[in-house]
Design a protein. Structure first.
Length: 362
């Protein structure tokens, strides 16, 4: 098979899963199911299976999380860890990894994959088929391939990709991309599902290393020249990267490249995907026959549609007369929020960070 190098983006703060996900241990390092593997470890396991070995898996993260990545992925070669001097969103992270691959394997026509560290996939076999198809498409067409998720409901927390003309047929057809739409309101999302031809944007991408470098050079020339220039300096590339990284534009790969390029393709697929974006995901993950979803001890009176979580097995959560709420007890922090307001948890975390006396709770 083509030399496939999956890159895991593991620098996120996971603020919408606060207070379980905290600054010192964000969501990607947590175990949320019965597997005993963290989200990062499960992602690495899937990608090592596809690429043939964990030695092909790269991880991009921040300096604060370097130790946790190495602790959780002890078999990954140290040189496969790409440490960002400063978080500048996904576009600089992707470019940094692509330049590293191009530097270390200058004669290779490698295919690079980009995958978030903190997603859940329940059908790894279907996922592998989709990724292998995306590798094939990227290799034969030179396209920037996105993996779309066939929408199951009118989600307002995901971006959407509108399919254009079919480029390649088969069991997993590939389409040109007409446009990307950021998180829509519910009415717009319902319209997308009724119209058809839309996928959720999973944040997973496959492309030739040289194709994505050319796309950066074309669509983000200043960003490309700054970081590529650091790699071109003689001597210690790391020192040059540390010097230039804080000056880079903070921008996502979607805004920087994918929404500008006419070389983007999408493969709509289903493989039990969930981005575990906030506490409502726990209901999708663990919903049984009961009225509520609870992890830990819970006693409820006239309580329905609630999500209840405690990290301490000796703790008890008691609720009376509550509907559609999330209650989380994690260490010294308790969160109570309506299920339709979980997207606002990030705002609370930002408030904590803005107050020195409260920052330790963030």
């Amino acid at each position: 098979m083509t030399h496939f190098l999956p890159v895991i983006l593991a620098g996120g703060s996971g603020e919408r899963f606060w207070p379980l996900s905290r600054r010192h241990r964000p969501k990607q390092f947590l175990t949320l199911d019965e597997s005993g593997r963290s989200l990062l470890q499960a992602t690495s396991d899937r990608l090592a299976q596809i690429s043939g070995t964990v030695e092909n898996v790269m991880v991009v993260t921040g300096n604060d999380y370097r130790g946790q990545v190495l602790e959780q992925l002890p078999d990954m070669p140290l040189e496969n860890l790409v440490v960002e001097p400063l978080a500048r969103d996904t576009a600089p992270a992707v470019l940094y990894a692509a330049l590293r691959i191009a530097r270390d394997q200058p004669d290779s026509d490698a295919i690079m994959g980009v995958f978030p560290a903190d997603h859940r996939i329940t059908d790894p076999e279907a996922f592998e088929r989709v990724v292998r198809r995306a590798i094939e498409v990227a290799e034969t067409t030179g396209k920037l391939v996105t993996i779309g998720i066939t929408p199951a409901f009118p989600a307002t927390g995901y971006g959407y990709i509108q399919q254009g003309p079919e480029l390649l047929g088969g069991e997993l057809p590939t389409y040109a991309v007409n446009r990307f739409t950021e998180k829509p309101d519910e009415q717009t999302a319902r319209g997308f599902l009724e119209q058809g031809g839309f996928s959720w944007n999973s944040g997973m991408f496959i492309w030739k290393v040289q194709a994505i470098l050319q796309a950066f050079e074309q669509h983000q020339p200043e960003l490309y020249q700054a970081l590529a220039g650091a790699f071109a300096r003689p001597g210690n590339n790391s020192a040059a990267v540390r010097e230039v990284f804080p000056t880079l534009t903070k921008i996502s790969i979607d805004y920087a490249i994918l929404e500008k390029s006419d070389q983007v393709a999408v493969i709509p697929a289903e493989f039990g995907w969930d981005d575990l974006g906030d506490w409502n995901a726990l209901e999708r993950l663990l919903k049984g026959d009961g009225e509520n979803v609870s992890v830990g001890r819970h006693v409820g009176l006239d309580t329905g549609g609630a999500i209840l979580y405690t990290t301490n097995g000796d703790d008890l959560i008691a609720t009376i007369g509550l509907e559609d709420v999330v209650v989380v007890r994690a260490d010294e922090v308790t969160l109570v929020v309506r299920k339709d307001r979980t997207q606002d948890i990030k705002k609370v975390v930002q408030q904590l960070k803005a107050h020195p006396e409260l920052e330790r709770f963030a």
